[in-house]
Design a protein around this ligand. Structure first.
Ligand code: MG
Length: 190
């Protein structure tokens, strides 16, 4: 099984990305989703509705990140032989999740245009540690003062050459490259 840890600030589009990803993997990969949030099962409900073969919610009750022990508790509820891909959606936060290794093969950061172009400079720990970077909400670029050059320069300083997927979960622009990358990574391990 290939597994990813999706991290982002609240509202960047982690759950939206999962919702857009699942239908595109239908019939190709068997996917389990584990969602971390302070409270509610809103996100795991959305993942189940989007076609996840399994969707488990972890409520941290206040903790600002998932850790490997919480994840283990959720994994114990799954028959791991039944899945090709595990998507873990971490608690929305650009600080704490970066410090807790969950044991997933790849860490992925979902940045988004409305957050502002200064985030790599202000949250270096998060940007430094990820294996891939999704830049969501590119459909908002005409309406938001976001200097892509400045943003990418910050990313380049912290994480040279990190694979980057600019996309929009609203218009679907750029989603194909992300899906292809996921499929190729699953193929590499399964
Ligand atoms: Mg979410």
């Amino acid at each position: 099984m290939f597994s990813i840890n999706l991290m982002a600030s609240p509202g960047a589009g982690k759950t939206s990305l999962i919702e857009k990803t699942l239908p595109r993997l239908k019939g190709k990969l068997r996917v389990a989703v584990i969602d971390g949030d302070i409270a509610t099962s809103i996100d795991s409900d959305r993942a189940a509705a989007a076609g996840a073969q399994a969707a488990i919610q972890i409520n941290t009750g206040g903790d600002c990140h998932l850790d490997a022990i919480m994840l283990r508790g959720a994994l114990d509820q799954l028959d791991l032989t039944q899945f090709d891909l595990l998507i873990v959606e971490n608690v929305g936060n650009l600080v704490c999740p970066a410090s807790f290794n969950l044991g997933t093969q790849k860490s992925i950061l979902v940045a988004s245009i409305p957050e502002g172009d200064d985030k790599p400079y202000k949250y270096p720990g998060m940007y430094r540690g990820v294996d891939a970077l999704v830049i969501n909400k590119i459909d908002l670029l005409p309406y938001v003062p976001f200097r892509m050059d400045y943003f990418k320069r910050g990313v380049q300083i912290l994480n040279p050459g990190v694979i980057t997927f600019p996309l929009s979960c609203r218009t679907d622009e750029g989603l194909d490259a992300w899906i292809e990358w996921l499929i190729q990574n699953v193929k590499r391990v399964t």
